[in-house]
Structures are given as structure tokens and as C-alpha cells.
Design a binder for this molecule. Sequence first.
Ligand code: TXA
Ligand code: MG
Length: 316
Amino acid sequence: MSNILEFNEQNLAIAADTIKNGGLVAFPTETVYGLGADSYNAQAVAQIFAAKGRPTFNPLISHIAEIDMLKELAVPDSRALALATKFWPGPLTFILPRKEANSALDLVCAGLPNISVRMPNHQIALALIRASGTPIAAPSANRSQTISPTTAQHVADSLGVNVDIILDGGACKVGVESTIVDLTTKDVVILRAGGIPKENLESFLGEKVLLSHGNPELPTSPGQMLKHYAPKLSTRINVVPSERQADEFFIGFGDMDCDLNLSLKGDTTEAAANLFAYMHLAEAQTSYPKIAIAPIPDSGLGLAINDRIRRAAYKD
Ligand code: TXA
Ligand code: MG
């Protein structure tokens, strides 16, 4: 029996009750599907780590539907509030100092003095948070070290019965995870490139935004771990069409011969929306034992795409 539920009032109520009772609900956001639990329920949050097979308790993003929820969880300064006004709801996550010592949030924050918060731009996600009456902690709804899910079926294939309910909202529009910015320091530092381009943050703030490549052994943002977005097949990146090997499934970008094209017109936003679905397809096909991906420019969402595919191509 499938645990995928279409979105309607009745199923929303069932999903919200599941969250309130400490269960796990996978839900769509504009970036990728999240595996959600009540941020304040440490036992439910622990279930997330178990379901994902996450080896360590990495901190999780708390998803909120109103700005008041931010002030309940964190201590936002004027810069954070300005960014929230401009970019929320949207694919931007803030790292901020935690509000006092609320020990119920210890697991969601993995014991850190900071908390990460985001308001997703998706009606189903916002409705679920409101109906549950609590911030929802949610990593991407996939087994640890596999490709992030952009459809309900991806979630079902990856997590199976480890998730109580999957709310179906169709394919995610942005397709790569949120941009994570550390707002605890004087400079704004991107810990993970994502759905909001660096350029957009810089033009709004009127200052340079730094990009942390982190220490892969000791990640500030465990999304920085090199082997994170791993397809099952060996993957090469920056492969121009003339260098594609006969045993490689070729994912193209721009006008070229390939098996799947991220964006024929060379648009990084369109490419981001297709990325994970195409990686899932590349992994599932049986004609080629390997994957190759064409070069993608670093501008716009290209920074986030290149970050993900670099990790996909990483060999230990
Ligand atoms: O788009 C997204 O951000 C999706 C959707 C579901 O919202 N969520 C997502 O979560 O990608 P996850 O857990 O797969 O990635 C969140 C990253 C992790 O690498 C985590 O280590 C980092 O954010 N992170 C969370 N809280 C943090 C904190 N307090 N300090 C540093 N890094 C943190
Ligand atoms: Mg993830």
C-alpha cells in the first residue's frame, strides 16, 4: 500500500495530526521534498535521523509559516529581518543565534548555539506548518548520501515505510535545496549554494557575500561533506560532448547531443529544476554503467548545480 496522499483538506488534517503526534510527514517545498517532524519533539526528530540513516545528528532546518515563529526560535537582527522581508517565503535558510536555552530544540540544533530557519515558498508546506501549529524540522526526504527527491515517488522509492505519510505536491519547481547563509558573523557567508543566487543576495545587501567551502572533514554545514549527493553510478563532470565515452549516459546543458538535456537554451534556473530528476533517471537507466555531465556555468543557479554535481562525482 502506498503512503502517498494527494493534497486536500482531509489529508492535510491527517498529516497535521501525524506531526502533532510525533510522526513523520514528507511534504513538497519549492526546492526539494522535506522529511518533516515537530521541531520541539526530540523523539520525533530522532526518528528523522533513523529514517534517513544519517550517521550523526546533523542539525536540521526548522520550517516556519509566519515571521513570528522566527522570533520564537532565534534572535534575528535587522539584517536578518530585512533579508526575510525580501526573500521569504523562498529558498533561503538563515543560521542565527538560538533564542535562549530551549532544551526541546537541542536535537534539532545538534547541540549547537545556532539554529537554521526557513520559510518555504510552497502552499502545501505552509498549510502543513500552520495546521500543525509548530515549526517543522525537515531535511531532504531521502536516505543519507543519495540524491535529493523532487517528486513524491522519489521519496517513496528512497524512504518507503520509514515515513508515515507523503503529501503529493507534484514536482518541485526550484529543484535544488535552499541557499544557506550564516548570519551570525559580520560578513554574510554562504554555507551552501542553493535556490537563491549569490548575485541576488549581493545586490540586495549592497556588499560582497562570501562563499564557504568549509572543511569537508569537519563541516559547519554537513551539506558540505564531499560525498553527499551521490548517485550509484560513477559520475564525471565538466565533460564536453566530444569527450563523452561510449559507456557514459550523457547529461547535457545547452544545444548539444545528449541523452537528457538539463536546459537546451542553457538556462541555469531550468537546469536546476531538472537536475535531481535527471540524476534519478540516469541512475535508473540500464544502458550505460556510468554518467557524464556537461560543463555548467557558475552564474545564477549554476553555482548550486556545480556544487551538487561536484559532490556527485566525488570519489573516495
Ligand atoms: O531546501 C532545503 O533546504 C531542503 C528543504 C526540505 O527545505 N532542506 C534541506 O535540508 O536541504 P538538509 O538537512 O538536507 O540540509 C540542511 C543543511 C545540512 O547540511 C545541515 O548540516 C545544515 O543545513 N544546517 C542545519 N542547521 C545548521 C546549523 N545550525 N549550523 C550549520 N549548518 C546547519
Ligand atoms: Mg539533504
